[in-house]
Design a binder for this molecule. Sequence first.
Ligand code: ZN
Length: 263
Amino acid sequence: MSSSHIVFLMYHELEVAGRKLCQSEPGYVRYILPLEIFRRQMAWIKESGWRGLNVDEAIRYPVEPGVCITFDDGCETDLIAAAPVLREFGFSATFFLTAGFLGTPGYLSAGQVRDLDAQGFQIGCHSMTHPYLSDLTEPELKREVVDAKLQIENIVGHPIEHFSCPGGRYDQRTLDMARHAGFTTVANSKFYANSSRTSPYELGRVAMLRDLTIEEFAATCHGRGLWQKRLQHRARRSAQRLLGNHAYDRLRAVLLGNRASKP
Ligand SMILES: [Zn+2]
């Protein structure tokens, strides 16, 4: 990848020995990396002489090689598993929290969010209740984007500027609502690297999957092979448009051998 392009990595909950995951369905677990795999990936970044950046740092598009590290959903492992590893390697990251999940089993408490914030990590917003935003009415969308932002700001005591879309779904209304709410960026889960030419309201991110090898991880950080992922993604989205989000989720759950879930 040329130095002006940066790949944004998208992580979720991490698997820690002896700790129960927030959800156990195959559609959820494929996005969950064991802590040791995550650590190995961070070590690769360090050994390669790259930096691990939060969204604010990444959208300045520094010439030094680096990747942007993001986490969605606000699971407790953000603080108890990811943060210590990131600190060990001297990396920052952005943690996008689902406001309505905070304080429920497996997710961060308000105190833990403040801890993460105080450690210097960046806190972002990932909606109130984690719906597909493109399916919502205007008042529902406002609650998911505007109210969620205010709720997290009340916890940390400062503005929250970055938003990420649950399930990667969004439409123009979502982006307009985010902009009016005062978010300066919106991240999705489309497979492209970002550059200074990318709209800050359409930042691509690459989902980190459990079965990713370290070679595939390295290729992803370099921005290699993203076009193949884009093709697969486009085929999935066509099926979703054809079937509708809910029918698609049911079908996907049948194919993956369990009930529907989405991280
Ligand atoms: Zn999510």
